[in-house]
Design a protein around this ligand. Sequence first.
Ligand code: ZN
Length: 243
Amino acid sequence: MRVLVISDIHANLAAFEAVLEDAKGDWDYVWCLGDVVGYGPDPNESCELLKSLPHLCIAGNHDWAALARLDIRTFNVDARRAVDWTQKTLSPENIEYLSALPTTFVLGNYTLAHGSPREPVWEYILDPLIAALNFPHFETDYCFVGHTHTPVMYRLLNEDGDTDAVSPIYGEPVPLNGHRLVINPGSVGQPRDSNPDSAYGILDVESAVFEPRRVPYPIHKTQDKMRGHDMPERLIKRLEHGW
Ligand code: ZN
């Protein structure tokens, strides 16, 4: 089975559509690592497109924020405005869909979590040290996470817990064998690694080969909609810079 691995769509339909177009024919199933909504102008459309695909999705912090399930005082002002708008805009059906998302999932040799296996909804795995602390918290060889919006692969190098970070080479399939790994495919709808192109990956589950990919999308389409909804300018601008 080949899996389209995506994360952090963040209600950016143009980005989500570009990924699906780019990945057409290359996958049988979708694993979505959370944050389907929040920040972007298309929360309902993004939920509906995802629901139309054969998929499994886990919950992200922004999905929970949209459900008013967590205290958003830790969010910055712009993120809070986007959360308020998302809460008002989501349909009852999509609220119900997001409410039912699990926080982690284990499939064969793969664990899925939005933030980290240790703290699935919240923790950011930002460097090899944090990744190292997370290896004891999952039992499979591989764990996929999102949340940081930065594509990267952390490798456990030895029993002492030494861990390094490997940057992806896009379009190049990587055999995962040999190390336990925490893999982040990056963000579909709000990349933050100074590259505005949507990020995703294709995983061959049985042979454990993962191919990280990037694809440009019509950013202005999403920005125009955000301006139409009077969303914060900083959130609109960041899309074209990838931060
Ligand atoms: Zn996110």
